[in-house]
Design a protein around this ligand. Structure first.
Ligand SMILES: C[S@@+](CC[C@H](N)C(=O)[O-])C[C@H]1O[C@@H](n2cnc3c(N)ncnc32)[C@H](O)[C@@H]1O
Length: 347
């Protein structure tokens, strides 16, 4: 039986459909090339070589086989990651920043290696028949460290640039106040907040003990151990004694099992007029949006999110959430196509 939609929609030719699949295969090859180049240090070595290197020089620098290195170089050229004059290879413009500079707001290197970890696609396929869920306490230290790497540019864009877009907040932060980073993870954001706002007290809350231990070690190594208070608590149970002027949440609000309870707890943790700033992936809410490059990348992240029993949310879900909990002066800004901030004030 032919439906009305099928009858009235002309079908594309097979030759028009095949490139959709071939571009996925090409993307997979490019992805594996970049990820292996990062893990082996090949990309790092190329970044150090202003005049470029031929494949044998590159192989010798990183202690790898020459022939295999030449195969990698060719694929890196194919992917547009490297340029060549036919003999020497160098990173294409800005690839060093994009792939290696963890302090840059444009850094995306961590995403390549994190997407190849077991916790994303391989574990998903293993537990697909049973739907068995997991949580952070069952994830490897490498995974937690990898996620911290991908979260870093989100904090870099948020602090201070993203927060400066929130009307009235910048002055309060300069003058000094209490800031709480909810679901603080391994402490990257806490260190950044402490360094950027020296007059502020910083508190980090996270529900995973091992992750908080990583945060403690990170802060101690940065000499910030006495600047930051760490609290182990699920956000659904969070009770903080001293009111804060700012509560942030970076790429974690979608993970909360009960975002309404969390929003209520955040409101209770704020002083009157205090701000709640949610920094997260804005998951597309249309098919066209899903088919964009950012939409496709975020679809990949959903494989891990599903295993911890959540999904990335459209940004407007946070407008609705803040409204439901009586926040006022709502606002939002897109920092990149995969990063948006949404804010509101406690009335
Ligand atoms: C994706 S990581 C992000 C960590 C950090 N904000 C960053 O950007 O690097 C999510 C973190 O949220 C924490 N988390 C998730 N749901 C939570 C909840 N309901 N209560 C407390 N912590 C939670 C996890 O333990 C994990 O450390």
């Amino acid at each position: 039986m032919t439906s009305t939609v099928e009858a009235s929609t002309p079908q594309p030719a097979i030759s028009e459909q095949a490139p959709k699949l071939l571009s996925q295969i090409a993307g997979y090859v490019g992805h594996r090339t970049v990820a292996s180049g990062l893990r082996t240090g090949v990309i790092g070595a190329l970044a150090e070589a202003d005049d470029g290197l031929d494949a044998d020089e590159l192989a010798e620098t990183v202690g790898l086989d020459g022939f295999y290195t030449s195969v990698w170089c060719q694929s890196a050229v194919a992917a547009g990651v490297c340029d060549t004059d036919g003999v020497r290879f160098r990173l294409a413009p800005h690839m060093d920043t994009l792939l290696l500079d963890t302090t840059s707001p444009a850094y995306v290197g961590g995403v390549f290696t994190v997407l190849e970890q077991y916790e994303v696609f391989d574990r998903f396929e293993d537990v697909w028949p049973t739907g068995r869920r997991t949580w952070w306490d069952e994830c490897s230290q490498e995974w937690i460290a990898g996620v911290a790497g991908t979260g870093t540019p989100f904090y870099t864009r948020l602090v201070p640039g993203g927060l400066e877009q929130v009307p009235g907040l910048a002055e309060r932060l300069t003058d000094g106040c209490r800031i709480v980073d909810t679901a603080c993870g391994a402490g990257t954001g806490l260190a950044r907040l402490a360094g950027t706002y020296p007059a502020c007290d910083i508190v980090g809350v996270d529900g995973d003990a091992d992750t908080l231990e990583l945060a403690r070690q990170h802060l101690t190594s940065e000499g910030l151990g006495d600047r930051v208070e760490l609290v182990e608590s699920s956000l659904e149970e969070m009770r903080l004694d001293t009111p804060a002027a700012l509560v942030i949440n970076n790429i974690s609000m979608h993970e909360c099992r009960d975002i309404d309870r969390v929003a209520g707890n955040v409101r209770d943790a704020l002083e009157p007029g205090g701000w709640f700033v949610i920094s997260d992936f804005p998951f597309p809410d249309t098919t066209d949006g899903l088919r964009t490059v950012p939409g496709r990348v975020m679809s990949g992240i959903q494989f891990f999110e599903a295993q911890i029993d959540d999904q990335l949310l459209p940004r407007t879900a946070y407008d609705d959430l803040l409204e439901r909990h009586g926040f006022i002066e709502l606002g939002a800004a897109e920092l990149t196509p995969v990063h948006a901030v949404t804010w509101g004030r406690r009335s």
